[in-house]
Design a protein around this ligand. Structure first.
Ligand code: FES
Length: 150
């Protein structure tokens, strides 16, 4: 057990956990930020995507001790009222179906758009490639991403 200090969604947090605990489980079980989902646990589905210093990362693949001073943002911290431009685009395009993967999709898309405001189809495919949606909402996801800075 170790005491780990983190900055999550702009707040300083302290947790007592094994240092090799995946960030995903610290977010969900210690900090009750359950918008970040568990899908595969092996870095293959993208359901657990969060931002670490603004970059989309798989939280199931990060040991909490690796985070250090880096800032973690979850879907709960992306915007104050669920009104981030990507979230608004998701609503406008009626993207979610079952919804399970969508927090991870939005975190990947928002990181992409932060760094590449007008992504090409190829850039969207490359950035979103690791986010799996069993309902197959990919066409709506791409349309929503393209609409954000159109
Ligand atoms: Fe982390 Fe699937 S749960 S990538």
């Amino acid at each position: 057990m170790a005491t780990i200090n983190l900055t999550v969604n702009g707040k300083s947090r302290s947790v007592d956990v094994d240092a090799d605990t995946p960030l995903l489980w610290v977010l969900r079980d210690q900090l009750q930020l359950v918008g970040t989902k568990y899908g595969c646990g092996i870095g293959s589905c993208g359901a657990c995507t969060v931002h670490v210093d603004g970059l989309a990362m798989r939280s199931c693949q990060l040991r909490v001790e690796q985070i250090g001073e880096q800032k973690v943002t979850t879907i709960e911290g992306l915007s104050e009222h669920g009104d981030h431009p990507v979230q608004r685009a998701w609503l406008a395009h009626d993207v979610p179906q079952c919804g399970y993967c969508q927090a991870g999709q939005i975190m990947s898309a928002s990181s992409l758009l932060e760094n590449t405001p007008h992504p090409s189809d190829v850039e969207i495919d490359a950035a979103m490639n690791g986010n799996i949606c069993r309902c197959g909402t990919y066409t709506r996801i791409k349309a929503a991403i393209k609409s954000v800075n159109a």
